[in-house]
Design a protein around this ligand. Structure first.
Ligand code: SAM
Ligand code: DTB
Ligand code: SF4
Length: 359
């Protein structure tokens, strides 16, 4: 993944973001065509495998336990129900499944073992598997990689300066460390942000600068518009104009010509024409399905109709990287071995030879 040397400073990026809109879109569309097939747009499905009850205080998030948003805390989904949902998503044209958990961080417990099994099972369906589970260390990243994880989503959300106004329960540095851990394990990185949280344009550009300063920028960069949810500290944020989303997509496209720019949360508030300008400006993916993690998203059929009208084609899985090979997971193998022994012991115990008494 490379950055565009023409726009690698705050000043040049800011000037780019503020260009006359159609000039900006044209420049982005031109770059997009040099690096990507402009007709291909990936359909990804989101699945909230562990909803609500999160300990963090992210000001935008309906899943933080401390806010009354009507999102209840649920247990982790079962592996079987995840596979069923993944099959559905694939049948509807999605080539990637992104599994999200309302966790601050990954812990080495039974739930994580189940997530490893989910990754294996969805990878076996020939879908790109992405997880977004909060912070993780290098060993946890390696386990996910061996299970067949294709991508890890971990957003920086905004600039380093504005971050403290949005979240206080973790540091920007913690986010950078997790991204590094995913990268070191050989997992592709998906990291982006949210606009419309009350930040200045300098903060939007500041987010992009954080990616420019990385050794390798993310393979994909989701651009979300804030979904202002009642009960969160950001409930009263004025919705951003769709032009801002188009500008952000175009600027990101130009700054990171090889990365996939993902038009993410916020599409329910956009017109089809607005979304068309985003695709023109280089958006290469959308979230498909009528729900994001907890908030609404356009219906599958609505997006199918939009693809037909605009002449877009759903992108196949693994067009941007090989399907990960899986290796047996030592912890899960050991669990299975113990389970087999227990079942054998139970079977042996239930065989009671009939007593024969001789008078
Ligand atoms: N708990 C994990 C974490 O924070 O990394 C993973 C799940 S979290 C919900 C994934 C991302 O969703 C966040 O980083 C944020 O960018 C995005 N997000 C959450 N709530 C949002 C909202 N109301 N509007 C737009 N994006 C949102
Ligand atoms: C990303 O950047 N956006 C997605 C995905 N990565 C995990 C999440 C959007 C969540 C919107 C709020 C919700 O539905 O809870
Ligand atoms: Fe928790 Fe992630 Fe929501 Fe923050 S964004 S409150 S870490 S689920």
């Amino acid at each position: 993944m490379k950055v565009n040397p023409q726009y690698n400073t705050k000043e040049t990026l800011l000037a780019l973001y503020n260009k006359p809109l159609l000039e900006l879109v044209f420049e982005a569309a031109t770059i997009h065509r040099q690096y990507h097939n402009p007709r291909e747009v990936q359909m990804s499905s989101l699945l909230s495998i562990k909803t609500g009850g999160c300990s963090e205080d992210c000001g935008y998030c309906p899943q933080a336990a401390r806010y009354s948003t009507g999102v209840d805390a649920h247990k982790l989904m079962t592996v079987d129900s995840v596979v069923e949902q993944a099959k559905n998503a694939k049948a509807n044209g999605s080539s990637r499944l992104c599994m999200g958990a309302a966790w601050r961080e990954v812990r080495d417990n039974k739930d994580f073992d189940s997530v490893v099994e989910m990754v294996q099972a969805v990878n076996d369906l020939d879908m790109e598997v992405c997880c977004t589970l909060g912070m993780m260390n290098e060993d946890q990243a390696k386990r996910l990689k061996n299970a067949g994880l294709f991508a890890y989503n971990h957003n920086l959300d905004t600039s380093k300066d504005y971050y403290k106004d949005v979240i206080s329960t973790r540091e920007y540095e913690d986010r950078l460390q997790t991204i590094d851990n995913a990268r070191k394990a050989g997992i592709t990185v998906c990291s982006g942000g949210i606009i419309g949280m009350g930040e200045a344009i300098e903060d939007r550009v500041g987010l992009l600068m954080s990616y420019i300063e990385m050794e390798t920028p993310p393979n994909s960069i989701p651009i979300n518009a804030l979904v202002a949810v009642e009960g969160t500290p950001m409930e009263d944020q004025k919705p951003i104009e769709q032009w801002e989303l188009i500008r952000m997509v175009a600027t990101t496209r130009i700054a990171f010509p090889e990365s996939v720019v993902r038009l993410s949360a916020g599409r329910t508030k956009m017109s089809m024409e607005g979304q068309a300008l985003c695709f023109m400006a280089g958006a290469g993916s959308i979230f498909a399905g009528d729900k994001l993690l907890t908030t609404p998203n356009p219906e599958f059929n609505e997006d199918k109709a939009m693809f037909d009208i605009l002449g877009l084609i759903p992108k196949q899985a693994f067009a941007d990287g090989e399907k990960p090979e899986t290796k047996p997971d030592a912890i899960i193998e050991e669990k299975k071995r113990k389970q087999a022994i227990r079942e054998q012991e139970l079977a042996d115990a239930s065989f009671q030879p009939r007593k024969i008494t001789v008078e």
